[in-house]
Design a protein around this ligand. Structure first.
Ligand SMILES: [Zn+2]
Length: 153
């Protein structure tokens, strides 16, 4: 899979019913290389420019949302101004490091005591974002050394 990123990206787009445009293919190759990633549109845009892929930030946004609607990504909204796009679409939760802006997976957590949904509705998914201020009891900033499950893009 990783030795043929172009073919893999092409297969993913075709299976998702998305026309493999040059820009979609380029972005898909960055995103789906076998590593789990949490990326913002800005990070992906910067990565594309680094690689001399000519694409606007607006197109990156649109493409990320198309990938999300097609089930290739999961959007994790951390606040009104910031969304991450997660290549791991399975149900899982996140730590959000408010100081560094890093999103980190929390694995194997079951959220208990969920509220009863209103009559006629059912819970589709539970997304928990645990916000960390990354300071210790004295207020000093600590650097975490959690599982390295976020590969740099
Ligand atoms: Zn995640």
């Amino acid at each position: 899979m990783r030795e043929r990123p172009y073919k893999h990206a092409l297969d993913l787009l075709q299976r998702a019913g998305l026309r493999p445009t040059k820009q979609r293919l380029a972005l898909a190759r960055f995103l789906f290389d076998g590593h789990d990633r949490h990326v913002t549109a800005e990070q992906l845009h910067a990565r594309a420019l680094e690689d001399r892929v000519s694409v606007s930030l607006a197109t990156v946004y649109n493409t990320l949302h198309q990938f999300t609607r097609a089930g290739l990504l999961r959007e994790v909204v951390v606040d009104a101004n910031r969304s991450y796009f997660d290549t791991n679409t399975s149900e899982h939760h996140h730590f959000f490091h408010e100081k560094t802006g890093e999103l980190q997976d929390i694995r194997d957590v079951v959220v208990a005591n969920l509220p009863q949904p209103p009559a006629g509705a059912r819970i589709a998914r539970v997304d928990v974002v645990v916000r960390l201020d990354d300071t210790d009891e004295s207020g000093d900033v600590v650097t975490h050394s959690g599982p390295a499950d976020r590969a740099d893009i």
